[in-house]
Design a protein around this ligand. Structure first.
Ligand SMILES: NC(=O)c1ccc[n+]([C@@H]2O[C@H](COP(=O)([O-])OP(=O)(O)OC[C@H]3O[C@@H](n4cnc5c(N)ncnc54)[C@H](O)[C@@H]3O)[C@@H](O)[C@H]2O)c1
Length: 389
């Protein structure tokens, strides 16, 4: 990263995510000064310390932190149920705000966030849908925009997590709807954001089946903890002592089907404890297919005429990186947005649409019906336009 202005940053919720992101950002050359943070039990502190990054002062609450401004950026990395409250408070401060995905957790919060950003945060809120910055995703979007497979007809997408990751989710605050929203909301809002962008339309109707059959009392003693030490060591705020799922109320596997307004149909298969991890989007178009493998970080474009792969791409992220270089790329995007050089790759509206898509999927599951999404878009558009829905 070229030499630039040093940015002064404040953090609300110094957990694993912001610890990892700030580490990646510093390694990428982002020159920032962490003024301090608000967090009752900052699990991300050791991550910063390992990289020699000073975390700054511990503030008792958000008003005390913001009173020590001005900051170039307030970063929100708290559990999902606190996002709206922290976003509202942060917008009292005049600077930019970065908030982790999912921007909020419920339909009502989504409409409220839309109103809030319109009234007090226009142009100031950046949402951490990091996959938008991933090199593989940027290339895939360019190729699709160039029409490499023609009109998209249908999509098959998956996210099958390795057991250690599922075990982490089963212990972490994400295990409860009241804190995380839902398993799919927290984990695959990235995918629905990118897939919606690729499709170029909003969902018109969705259906879903899912439940919890992996993290149960029967499997409490089965070790699903083999994996990166960091996942074994830190399960974070309000963590459960084991993986029995005793107070877990989110799904641990779920499938969904989505029909978009332009006729594209999509199926999504998620599972939190797969022996063979997979995260893959397979888009079939009128003139070819594109397969984006986010575990291997490869993309294959196959034209219809030859039935052979004509283009194969492979990306490599930095050693130890879990996002295929996306954290570093998002750090560059963040700095460019802060310095007014270019727009951040994802908008608040994009993040709300992705979240509401998954919320509709969860509603379909909970109510055992096909959900018509049109009322969601009417309400979102009204909230963003400052109208009563
Ligand atoms: N973009 C990504 O790829 C990505 C990856 C992981 C997590 N996330 C998102 O980042 C956010 C944080 O997730 P995480 O994995 O770091 O969780 P975490 O549990 O590691 O960290 C959450 C932190 O929030 C703190 N906290 C709890 N109550 C608080 C309060 N009242 N005020 C301030 N801080 C409080 C906790 O003590 C903890 O340190 C979530 O919204 C999550 O969805 C995004």
């Amino acid at each position: 990263m070229q030499q630039r202005k040093r940015h002064r940053i404040a953090v609300i919720g110094l957990g694993m995510r912001l610890g990892m992101l700030l580490r990646a950002a510093r390694a990428e050359g982002w020159d920032f000064d962490l003024a301090g943070y608000v967090d009752p039990a900052p699990v991300g502190l050791p991550l910063l310390a390992e990289q020699g990054i000073e975390a700054g002062a511990a503030y008792p609450d958000v008003p005390a932190l913001l009173a020590d401004g001005p900051f170039d950026l307030v970063m929100i990395g708290s559990p999902n149920h606190l996002h709206l409250e922290h976003l509202r408070a942060s917008l009292d401060h005049p600077g930019m705000v970065f908030i982790e995905k999912p921007i909020v957790r419920t339909e009502a919060e989504s409409f409220e966030a839309a109103r809030l950003v319109r009234e007090r945060g226009a142009g100031r809120v950046l949402v951490g849908l990091v996959a938008r910055s991933a090199p593989i995703v940027c290339t895939a979007l360019e190729r699709l925009d160039d029409g490499v497979i023609g009109d998209i007809i249908s999509i098959d997408a998956t996210e099958h997590l390795p057991p250690a990751h599922g075990a982490y989710l089963a212990r972490n605050w994400r295990r409860r709807v009241e804190w995380g929203g839902s398993y799919m909301l927290d984990k695959v809002c990235h995918d629905f954001d990118i897939l919606g962008r690729m499709v170029g339309a909003r969902p018109s109707r969705v259906a879903s089946f899912g439940g919890r059959r992996i993290f149960t009392a029967d499997t409490a003693n089965v070790s699903r903890d083999q994996g990166p030490a960091i996942l074994r060591r830190l399960s974070g705020w309000n963590a459960a002592p084991d993986i029995s799922g005793a107070d877990m109320d989110v799904t641990d596997h779920q499938v969904a089907i989505v029909e978009y307004a332009n006729g594209v149909r999509l199926s999504f298969h998620s599972n939190t404890s797969a022996a063979a991890p997979e995260r893959r989007w397979n888009l079939i178009g009128a003139r070819g297919a594109i397969t984006i493998d986010l575990v291997q970080n490869t993309m294959v474009v196959t034209p219809l005429e030859t039935r052979e792969a004509i283009e194969t791409f492979r990306w490599r992220g930095p050693v130890g990186d879990s996002h295929g270089g996306a954290d570093q790329a998002m750090a560059r995007d963040l700095v460019a947005a802060l310095d007014g050089e270019r727009a951040f790759p994802v908008s608040v509206t994009d993040s709300l649409v992705a979240g509401l898509t998954v919320m509709a999927i969860d509603r379909a599951l909970a109510e055992n019906r096909i959900v018509d999404c049109a009322p969601l878009w009417t309400q979102l558009d009204a909230a963003e336009a400052g109208l009563a829905a």
